[in-house]
Design a protein around this ligand. Structure first.
Ligand SMILES: N[C@@H](CCC(=O)N[C@@H](CS)C(=O)NCC(=O)O)C(=O)O
Length: 226
């Protein structure tokens, strides 16, 4: 069975969404081949005739999943004999915590990236992005991005629990990567694709962890344009 991923794109085809990256890594982990269709922010409401507010949207045979975590749960149910994404029910619960931490980090990491993302979009999508993000941040994008050194330092500080954990084990999942690793890896891949900030620079433990993920999912991570 091949999967199909509606994958968030910049105007030049670069695929940016951290949640789409987490979904693609989960598919790769389970050995499910997939193709992608580029979707701009403004295309999301029209995916498959409507009904979705966010991507990834993933078609798996006759079924459609509109959430990266739900996708990972479904893959775990459908392919129990392949490499695990959760290592049991406790792993699912703990991955939800990691997902919450990823959402928190996304907010922190995005401040220094938000103008680069805006500038990478086509004009129609820029207008949507500016309005929706200014509503989210409650201030103009230029103000959000005004103090990048401070924002980057604050994002790096917020990564401390992950850095401490990676002193003790090769992956967030332990000896092997789990979906928790993919939730966080999606953020670093997003930053890499956008290119405005190198959050791995000077972070030895994080950089070594990301490179271990590249050893396993290099083909997936290299397809930055789908
Ligand atoms: N819980 C969702 C969140 C996905 C999500 O927030 N995706 C963002 C892109 S990173 C999105 O589609 N945003 C649409 C928008 O802002 O209009 C998941 O994990 O799949």
């Amino acid at each position: 069975m091949n999967a199909h991923v509606y994958d968030l794109t910049l105007a030049d085809g670069r695929r940016l969404s951290p949640y789409c990256w987490a979904a693609k890594l989960a598919l790769a982990h389970k050995g499910v081949a997939f193709e992608t269709t580029a979707a701009r922010f403004v295309d999301i409401p029209n995916i498959r005739g409507g009904g979705f507010k966010t991507v990834p949207v993933v078609e798996l045979g006759d079924e459609v999943v509109g959430d990266s975590f739900e996708l990972a749960l479904k893959l775990e149910r459908d392919f129990p004999d392949r490499l695990t994404l959760f290592a049991g029910d406790g792993g699912v619960a703990l991955s939800r915590f990691v997902g919450a931490h990823a959402a928190y980090l996304l907010g922190k990491m995005s401040r220094a990236m938000v103008l680069a993302i805006h500038d990478g979009l086509d004009a129609e999508t820029q207008a949507y992005f500016r309005t929706s993000r200014e509503k989210m941040f409650r201030r103009p994008l230029e103000e959000v991005a005004a103090n990048p050194e401070h924002s980057i330092a604050s994002a790096r500080e917020a990564m401390t629990p992950i850095k401490i954990l990676l002193r003790q084990q090769p992956f967030l999942g332990g000896d092997e990567p789990l979906f928790a690793d993919m939730l966080i890896a999606g953020l670093f891949q997003w930053a890499r694709v956008v290119g405005a900030v190198d959050y791995l620079d000077g972070e030895d433990k994080l950089a070594a962890w990301f490179s271990r993920l590249e050893d396993r999912y290099g083909e997936t991570l290299a397809k930055t344009r789908g």
